[in-house]
Design a protein around this ligand. Structure first.
Ligand SMILES: [Zn+2]
Ligand SMILES: [Zn+2]
Length: 422
């Protein structure tokens, strides 16, 4: 088993005294606290290089931390080892006769799964195991429903894909991003694909994930896991492909529009949604049908050229309303004609951020993908986006986040954080 020291947990009696030491005397940066409801504690993380310190404050008198402090006073509480697969790690430990406090993992801070080993088996040390980003949690692929005025929003799921971690975070150094999203042994990080249905006067699908036209080599390179996919989640949402009236593209990269078409039994590639008009921005269509050496790997013609052949393609030129309550806004940056989608009604706003802010790890302005063709445009677009989101208290949909489908974004002293909306 490969294990990395993730953090050292410190039980806190008097938070202000602890902050006076770590923050004021040592001058370390203390993160915005996070409540871990399952353990009735509030966790304050302090970045210290590869590993962190975690100050643990009890939020209820019956929490394990409260009892620990009462019995032994404040101080060192546990060490946490990060593993790739917590289920496999627990199995291995059980087979070696190690005594476990948690036979099954439970949700920890920062969208992780955790389990504690009994100190009697670790010679007096309380050891916590952690799988950092929940990699196959049953709940990250669930269909989720939201409401914006008269409109119903349904978040779907088209599986996981793995992309190079360095490319996903651009100029951000690996020691920073790998703490949030640990890479696998091929340097790739886990990403989800989350198309969104909007039901109003018509039924619209925004983006459609990867689809199922790719071969085994492609699946190996990109670590594709579509055991749950757009077909299964569409059905769970009570919808059939023929219920979709409009398919709207944020842009035409393969992880967004692969599901626009499928390979029929006669071997021909056809539109997947038989009644739908497919709405694509004209500039993006032109770029996708005239790729260059830099963007060619992202544009696979089988995903969109058959739409034109079938006469179901509708090109739009400018920022405009696509159906009542749904409008597109060009951001550029990621590609010249990348667009985000605003969903508005009853005084409320939701935004499908597509690849402008692909995951919650991309909240800071400088965390911009290396894939982006025009990163300075992304930077400007992100600043404008978050100012607008704050003003409208908009719900943001993160198309690629492995764990969070939608969240509200809060800003404290220039640092952004998110509050899950599900
Ligand atoms: Zn893209
Ligand atoms: Zn993407």
């Amino acid at each position: 088993m490969k294990a990395v020291l993730d953090h050292v947990g410190i039980a806190v009696k008097d938070l202000s005294a602890e902050l006076a030491f770590y923050r004021d005397a040592l001058g370390l940066h203390v993160d915005v606290p996070e409540d871990v409801a399952s353990q009735r504690v509030r966790a304050h993380f302090i970045a210290t290089g590869q590993s962190a310190l975690e100050l643990l404050e009890a939020t209820a008198s019956d929490s394990a931390i409260a009892k620990y402090v009462e019995k032994r006073g404040p101080g060192l509480h546990h060490i946490t080892l990060r593993v790739d697969d917590i289920l496999a790690a627990l199995e291995q430990l059980k087979s070696k006769g190690v005594r476990l406090i948690d036979e099954h993992p439970r949700p920890g801070a920062e969208a992780s799964l955790v389990a504690f080993i009994h100190p009697s088996s670790a010679h007096g040390v309380l050891v916590e195991l952690k799988e950092a980003v929940v990699s196959h949690p049953s709940d990250t692929s669930q269909v989720r429903r939201y409401r914006v005025g008269e409109l119903e929003l349904i978040s779907l799921f088209d599986g996981f894909i793995r992309l190079d971690g360095g490319a996903m975070f651009g100029v951000v150094p690996k020691p920073l991003w790998e703490k949030q999203t640990p890479p696998d042994d091929r340097g790739r990080i886990l990403l989800a694909m989350r198309p969104l249905v909007v039901r109003g006067v018509r039924t619209m699908l925004i983006d459609a994930g990867l689809g199922d036209k790719d071969d085994a080599k492609f699946h190996d390179i990109y670590g594709v896991d579509r055991s749950r996919n757009l077909d299964t989640t569409l059905a769970e949402a009570g919808l059939r492909p023929e219920d979709i009236d409009i398919v709207l593209a944020s842009h035409l990269h393969f992880d967004h529009c692969g599901g626009f078409t499928y390979k029929a039994s006669d071997g021909r590639i056809r539109p997947k949604f038989p009644r739908a008009q497919y709405v694509v921005r004209r500039g993006e269509w032109d770029d996708a049908t005239h790729p260059n050496e830099r963007n060619r790997a992202s544009y696979l013609p089988a995903n969109y050229v058959p739409l034109a052949d079938a006469g179901v393609l509708q090109l739009v030129d400018d920022d405009q309303t696509i159906m009542p309550g749904v409008r597109v806004k060009r951001t550029g940056g990621h590609c010249m004609h990348h667009q985000i989608i605003y969903i508005e009604g009853g005084g409320k706003t939701a935004v499908f951020a597509a690849d402008l802010v692909p995951t919650t790890a991309h909240l800071p302005n400088a965390w911009i993908m290396g894939y982006d063709l025009y990163p300075m445009d992304t930077l400007a677009a992100k600043k404008a986006f978050f100012a607008d989101v704050a003003e409208k208290d908009a719900l943001v949909f993160f198309e690629h986040d492995p764990a969070v489908a939608a969240a509200h974004v809060r800003e404290d002293k220039g640092k952004r954080r998110y509050e899950r909306a599900d």
